[in-house]
Design a protein around this ligand. Structure first.
Ligand code: GLP
Length: 243
């Protein structure tokens, strides 16, 4: 695991965008695993800026997103479908047909998950998986549990995740209580993984996930076993770790 210390959020975003850019330049038809949440927003902004300058071409890129809330329509501005269009897909020349997320509008969880597993299989494996880190160590929506779940599954969100995400909704009650998420095996099979983390409120989980025991209680800890992980974290997020 490579840990890159960034000065602040902006620096973290630029460094992460550089790594994604390198992937797209080296392999223009790469498969990017993409993430939502507030942390990668600056990374996407930077990628859009470089695309606008003519430095990046997404025309051959395929993407698969980590997760989606169950029950939100695509035009709901809190759906991850909306987020990805808003922050990236509508702003670069990626072919929309080659962008994929779990279908949050599918009420049948088994079907939604089986369909998404087929999509992941059909794209032929992820070259670079971008990840944020939940306060409880979740990656995608793989919440603390007694096991690692390998493939796409429906998750009951923990109260702490609902609490953390309620800032985007009118109230706690409006936050969906379930989500579809890519599983841990799929993430671990990505050729490379890029984790972005920012802020003092993530310092304890950075320490536990990347320097503590490997346990499904802290799902991100499994990344310690991946052969090619880069964590780009700012000084505040690394403040409890001796580098
Ligand atoms: C969300 C997402 C994750 C994200 C995490 C952290 O609930 N499902 O993919 O990485 O929580 O979010 P943030 O970056 O806003 O702290």
């Amino acid at each position: 695991m490579r840990i890159i210390k960034a000065k602040d959020y902006k620096d973290m975003s630029r460094k992460a965008a550089n790594i994604i850019s390198a992937q797209v330049i080296v392999k223009p038809n790469c498969v990017l695993g993409l993430a939502t949440g507030s942390t990668p927003i600056g990374t996407y902004e930077q990628l859009v800026e470089w695309y606008q300058k003519g430095d990046l071409d997404f025309s051959k890129v395929t993407s698969v997103n980590l997760d989606e809330y169950k029950g939100l329509t695509k035009d709901n501005d809190q759906s991850y479908y909306y987020f990805m269009n808003d922050h990236l897909f509508s702003k670069v020349n990626i072919n929309k047909d080659n962008t994929h997320l779990p279908d949050g509008t599918e009420p049948d969880s088994d079907k939604a998950c089986a369909d998404y597993n087929k999509v992941i299989e059909s794209v032929g494996g992820i070259d670079l998986q971008l990840l944020g880190l939940g306060h409880n160590g979740h990656i995608g929506f793989n919440e603390p549990a007694d096991e690692f779940i390998p493939e796409t599954h429906c998750v009951d969100l923990t109260p702490s995740t609902i609490e953390a995400n309620k800032r985007f909704f009118a109230s706690y009650d409006d936050v969906p209580k379930q989500a579809y998420t890519m599983g841990i095996k799929t993430i671990m099979l990505a050729k490379s993984v890029l984790v972005v983390v920012s802020g003092e409120d993530k310092a304890a989980i950075v320490r536990d996930a990347f320097f503590g025991s490997i346990t499904p209680k802290v799902q991100a800890s499994v990344l310690q076993l991946h052969p090619n992980v880069t964590v780009v974290a700012d000084e505040a997020a690394l403040s409890l770790v001796k580098m």
